[in-house]
Design a protein around this ligand. Sequence first.
Ligand code: NAD
Length: 502
Amino acid sequence: MPAIFSHRFDTPLYTGNVCVQTGLFINGAFVDASSRTTIDIFNPSTGKVITQVSEGTAKDIDLAVAAARNAFNTTWGLKVPGSARGQLLYKLATLMEESLEELAAIEALDNGTAFGVVKGWVVPFSIGLIKYYAGWADKISGQVIETDEGRLTYTRHEPIGVVGQIIPWNAPLLMFAMKIAPALAAGNTVIIKPSELTPLSALRVCSLVQEAGFPPGVLNVVVGYGNTVGSALSSHMSIDKISFTGSTLTGRKIMEAASKSNLKNITLELGGKSPNIIFNDADVDQAVNWACHGIFFAQGQICFAGSRIYVQSGIYDEFLAKFTVRSKAHKIGDPFGVDSYQGPQISSTQTERVMGYIKSGVDQGAKVHLGGQRHGEQDGNFITPTIFTDTRPDMKIVQEEIFGPVSVVIKFEDQEDVIQQANDTIYGLAAAVFTQDISQAFEVGHALKAGTVWVNCYNEVHAAVPFGGFKQSGIGREYGSYALEHYVNVKAMHININHKMG
Ligand code: NAD
């Protein structure tokens, strides 16, 4: 029998217990991994081990695929009406609401994002996503298409089948909800692999999936490493689709594995290096607030982090001075601390990686205007908010995704120049424009090569609004009805009513 992780919190922000089953969740039950080995799960704030979870392998993926296929053929997919799927998803969302604080505590402990942020936004947004797709489950339908007299032609939107999903560690519960909800609403069965660094919230939700009464095998969670479980999912001959969120590097491997196996359908949500463009006429105080939120929210570990901040020359000095004051004011510390805004980076490896980028910026001649150091205990993975100036477009800190609290503030002169610079990376996930000039907002917004453009705001996402990347930031869209399109096969039905073959 797999172990149970239970922990009592007694912090100013949360007093209560958390309880997580640590096995794999296959065919509706928590089971030991076939290898019987485990993965240590660390608290990023202290570097200490929190618990161990079962380590899945390719063999466990085979078991999960068999369970998911059986469920698809017998108790889910086309065997149940969409309304029944919607009711179960809604029930799950309700149970999550009842456990909101516990889920927030698990997430803050495992991932390091401030408890207040997780409780106030991440968990409610994740629940909202599940409710949103619960509402869609009985509204997924094809079209009747007028063709010729004597014929009826229509389309059916059928579930694809068994779907494999792979998610990263930066927003574990949100990623989990974002992936499973549209897939299940559309009638697919799911095998999802959380990041090996942050599997606890997904495992907690599995208990709620049991409680909600989902048929066994509809949702399976197999924790494990990317090169074993992740690669078994993407190369499996009986998995019909793979949906991945993570780095562009891994996205390439997933695409290769999918193409070399059964040419499975793929969706990729990958990295970013998003530009935030602030024109002379912008409300500077507001631009500073949004820019801080854009880059430092969740320690900069956000795929759409506004890491390249372009400021027009007329307000550059004022912006930089105010941005510096605002960034310095962030309270860095324990996610359960009363005023903590910025928690730890996810791991010591990731901390070293971010520090390596900071060093590369210095080595390539950029100036550290603020921060650039570790904060507090060395085991705690905290990095001070960092601002670079005096950069060149070819520097690594301008071109590559750092995934930490590191920004570059770049002076520009005119619109044409900034559009060219903003579009000059391999990525195209998101971008922002700050201006009071409505024509400029449209012109620049349309010229930017990005899947999302914010005007006079940053980091705004909504369950109903598609999100995804241009260029090497991905293929496909999450959220909204757009995500559902990636979880159905469209079948065209041609019905001959009275047309005789001569
Ligand atoms: P990662 O690519 O290292 O890992 C993501 C997931 O893939 C993990 O579960 C990992 O175990 C798995 N994996 C690793 N190697 C694999 C392989 N060979 N085959 C199959 N699976 C494998 O990314 P990460 O470090 O966990 O997350 C950070 C990255 O995620 C950043 O690049 C960030 O931009 C991106 N991200 C993108 C979005 C988006 O919506 N576009 C959202 C969040 C994060």
